[in-house]
Design a protein around this ligand. Structure first.
Ligand SMILES: Nc1ncnc2c1ncn2[C@@H]1O[C@H](COP(=O)(O)OP(=O)(O)O)[C@@H](O)[C@H]1O
Ligand SMILES: [Mg+2]
Length: 264
């Protein structure tokens, strides 16, 4: 089943710059798709068009077979997590988590009991039980990012969108959160589109990686397939060569005698 479909989607900004060109891409239900490419290649633009934060210049975007080009952001049933956590500083963790649910009026409004049960579930899943009554400034960077993730998930979005969510974290925490995000996905099965410029992040998280260069989709394939059968020179150099460099560096470090004469 297809959850999200881009058909010949283009984005031209007001200054005439074409940030996304003729994008055709389908994301299957339950899939973890990573949009990968260098800075400025159009990843955020693509995600923002899907989220309804940016107008589509040409083409069509659909979610669950419904065209959403003109649907307001709030009506698309999506959850979003950004690089900047954008938590409300004066609200507790609990209030931050439930804000979106509490804003819903009328027949779609959940009961207080249901909201409480979802908070409990999210807090357990994200190890925030002991922090529910703290303010964001009392939390570590990793905990804040978990609140941002919880706030998106608590609404049970049809699709979860993440735009470089780990970029502000230090290397160790990034590593840890990467595994947590994948574990959560395996547990919940939420269709996910994740944007990053980091090849390792993409390769370890994705069911399928979609590689962009200068607004044009270059290849979409499972990580191993993209690595073994790069579609063109760009993928070869941006993805394969980069990974090979890392492996080579690691092998050099491990070579017997390497660094033996260095003072430590
Ligand atoms: N509002 C805007 N007006 C004009 N150009 C923009 C605007 N927003 C982004 N761009 C340009 O579009 C290109 C793609 O941007 P973006 O989607 O943010 O890239 P990425 O997320 O891959 O780094 C960049 O060259 C950027 O400078
Ligand atoms: Mg971006």
């Amino acid at each position: 089943m297809v959850s999200v479909k881009f058909t010949n989607v283009s984005k031209r900004y007001e200054d005439g710059f074409e940030a996304v060109k003729g994008l055709d891409l389908e994301v299957k239900t339950g899939e973890f798709l990573v949009l990968l490419g260098p800075s400025g290649c159009g990843k955020s633009t693509t995600l923002r068009m899907l989220a309804g934060l940016e107008e589509v210049t040409d083409g069509e975007i659909s979610i669950d077979d419904v065209t959403v080009n003109h649907l307001p952001a709030g009506a698309r049933g999506l959850g979003m997590v950004f690089q900047s956590y954008a938590l409300y500083p004066h609200m507790s963790v609990r209030e931050n988590l439930t804000f979106g649910l509490r804003m819903v009026k009328g027949k779609d409004r959940l009961s207080d009991a249901e909201i409480a049960s979802r908070v409990k579930e999210a807090a357990t899943m994200l190890e925030l039980e002991d922090h529910l009554y703290k303010k964001p400034k009392e939390l570590s960077g990793g905990q804040r990012q978990r609140v941002a993730l919880g706030r998106a998930l608590i609404r049970r979005p049809k699709v979860l969108l993440m735009d470089e969510p780990l970029s502000n974290l230090d290397a160790e925490l990034r590593h840890q959160m990467r595994h947590e995000i994948r574990r959560l996905h395996d547990e919940l099965g939420t269709t996910t589109i994740y944007v990053t410029h980091d090849q390792i992040e993409a390769m370890t998280l994705a069911d399928r990686v979609a590689i962009l260069d200068r607004g044009v989709l270059q290849q979409h394939a499972p990580p191993l397939e993209a690595y073994q059968q790069p579609a063109n020179e760009f993928v070869q150099s941006f993805l394969c060569r980069h990974l090979d460099d890392l492996v080579e560096t690691a092998n050099t470090l491990l070579r017997p005698g390497f660094g033996a004469n260095k003072e430590v």
